[in-house]
Design a protein around this ligand. Sequence first.
Ligand code: THU
Length: 186
Amino acid sequence: MISKAPLCIWYIFYRVLIEARIKTAPTPLPKPQPDLERYWMASTAHRLSQSQFDILQEKAGNAKATAYCPYSNFRVGAAFLSEDGIVITGGNIENASYPVGTCAERVALGKAVSEGHRQFIALAVATDISPPASPCGMCRQFIREFCPLDMPVIMFDKDGQYVVKLLEELLPMSFGPEDLKGARTV
Ligand code: THU
């Protein structure tokens, strides 16, 4: 008759091996689901609904068509979402005297502010290149004047792929209106 003790030991050994195999086996990564990812990025991380995100993408993309850029042929579209749910757009406007040209972001924000919008919750910028372009330094400072530092800036490339950064990531240690509040008057 076969003793049961060695069988038990073999069984335990076998189970330990199996468990170890299960633990070390690489867990397959879930297949990326672009729509879910878009929604997560937009709503969870940046407090935007999926429809707000989609509208911003569409409006920034359409705003490229309003660009006047005969010198660079580099179209940029910008769309700001105001706190009251209005989207204000702009395209870059160039000039024969090159430095006089204005970026899409400043065109859009200038329009928005002059139309009475002063509170914003997101900005989308669209270009025809990949990877996406980000707002230039001058625009970052211009945006900083009116927008919260934790406002998302969504940058779309030519294929609708995007990168999102907070304004404070684009312009760290920034100088803003509140910095002038403690200034001494002469
Ligand atoms: N441009 C923008 O409109 N936004 C930016 O943030 C970067 C650059 C425009 C300015 C110019 O008309 C063209 O892109 C090429 O620099």
